[in-house]
Design a binder for this molecule. Structure first.
Ligand SMILES: [Zn+2]
Length: 140
């Protein structure tokens, strides 16, 4: 080991330097390879948007017990599939999401003006939405 000191050591530094050298004496050095970022979700460590997209889909599909698969296989137009995916993944930008991101916003459902705007309220529990759902379910 070849150490360079920025100044000459004084007599009272010898014990400290000796302890330091004993401490680092067994250190073999770092890996000679240069540092690089590795994406831990793939075996080769390489990141790509496609890989991240597939990973996220697999995660969401696992959490929703296959709902993504059902959405993907439906005959609905792509924009409807995407919107359905956002709703089931609770990814729509509702007021509660803005509040979680630090936005100061008075939240009230635009449809009924009665409740906090959340994903579940907007698409499940709102009295206006339930009327729309009733229309669709009565059509079939
Ligand atoms: Zn509402």
């Amino acid at each position: 080991m070849n150490l360079l000191f920025r100044r000459f050591n004084n007599d009272w530094d010898i014990e400290w330097v000796s302890d330091m050298l004993a401490l680092i004496g067994d250190f073999l050095g770092t890996n000679p390879k240069t540092d690089e970022l590795l994406w831990r979700h793939h075996i080769d460590g390489q990141f790509s948007v496609n890989r991240m997209y597939k990973r996220d889909l697999a995660t969401i599909a696992g959490k929703k017990s296959g709902s993504w698969s059902a959405i993907r296989k439906s005959v609905a137009p792509t924009k409807v599939k995407c919107f359905t995916w956002l709703v089931t993944g609770r990814a729509c930008l509702t007021h509660d999401k803005f509040q979680k991101r630090g936005r100061i916003i008075a939240s009230r459902c635009y449809l009924c003006k009665e409740a906090l705007e959340t994903n579940n309220h907007m698409f499940l529990h709102c009295k206006v939405t339930t009327q729309v759902w009733a229309l669709f379910t009565n059509l079939g």
